[in-house]
Unconditional design. Structure first.
Length: 303
């Protein structure tokens, strides 16, 4: 796997990698590569029947080894591995951004504050957060001091946006669990049990699942995904993730009125560009792609 990197020098003479961050956020709009949904009654029953040997998780199902992940941390990383960002994985990109955030600690700070400075003020003043420390030279208590380096408004805005990366990754993981693309087993009093996807809607919190076991549905036996499908639908379903990303990329292009596509034109292009022969899968791509403004009128609205 090729290493993903960028110039990590943070200074007033360099520009932050906004485009890379935008591409990452965009990539997270689609999670089809993590696996198909297993969130309906029959599919959940298939999981119950196929994944358990009594109350213990199987290591193999239908002669297919199961890649169980231990804890929510491993599950997050494996989900990020599956999501492409250009020619790299989201895990590579997130790891690179985390390294960039860690590099802030090496900056020389010029400003300190007993409270965290508001984001808007930091952007206006070009202040980049460096680190927080406990001061020990006060007789009364140990107030926290927050340190900032004066770099540029662009870098300040970039890090304000980048500081959300952990919560964004957590939300992507939760979405995979809510849609049944990632499966969670928890250990109860009587043994391991399946946590149904709908329960993540009621309590969307991953904390406390450090000892749970996870499995991505892309790692289930392929025959489970394509049951009752003919060869054409099976072939089209395998191209679905690629088609979703292509359509989303078209949606993100700058407005070119003469090039806007109607729904029927998109469905036709899916057939010619991706050789999708089944209307059902082509409609799924149109309906599931993150292109709501375009879809609402058959084309993208001016914004």
């Amino acid at each position: 796997m090729a290493e993903w990197s960028f110039d990590r020098k943070i200074s007033e003479d360099t520009s932050p990698p906004f485009e890379d961050l935008v591409e990452l956020w965009s990539a997270f709009e689609i999670i089809e590569e993590v696996g198909p949904r297993y969130n309906s009654g029959k599919l959940l029953q298939k999981l119950e029947d196929g994944l358990f040997n009594g109350l213990r998780p199987r290591s193999v199902a239908d002669d297919h080894p199961l890649n169980w992940l231990n804890g929510s941390g491993q599950a997050k990383n494996e989900i990020l591995k599956k999501i492409p960002v250009g020619s790299h994985s989201a895990l590579e990109v997130v790891t690179g951004f985390n390294a960039l955030m860690a590099a802030r600690a090496d900056l020389s700070w010029e400003h300190d504050s007993a409270v965290q400075l508001p984001e808007k003020y930091r952007i206006e003043q070009g202040l980049v957060f460096v680190q927080s420390k406990l001061k020990t030279n006060f007789l009364t208590g140990m107030p926290t001091a927050h340190y900032y380096a004066q770099i540029s408004s662009d870098w300040a805005r970039f890090f304000v946006e980048l500081d959300a990366i952990e919560s964004v990754v957590t939300n992507v993981t939760l979405r995979c669990l809510q849609e049944g693309r990632a499966i969670c087993l928890f250990q109860g009093d009587s043994g391991w049990a399946l946590q149904v996807p709908s329960s993540w809607d009621a309590k969307p919190v991953i904390r406390g699942h450090g000892k749970s076991r996870f499995l991505l549905t892309c790692d289930l036996p392929e025959a489970w995904h394509f049951k009752n499908m003919d060869d054409l639908q099976k072939s089209d379903s395998k191209r679905k993730a690629e088609a979703l990303r292509w359509l989303h990329a078209q949606y993100r292009l700058p407005e070119r009125p003469r090039d806007l596509l109607t729904k029927d034109a998109v469905l036709n292009m899916l057939e010619t560009k991706f050789a999708m022969k089944t209307p059902k899968v082509r409609r799924e791509v149109w309906e599931e792609a993150p292109i709501s403004n375009w879809r609402s009128s058959g084309r993208r609205k001016n914004t």
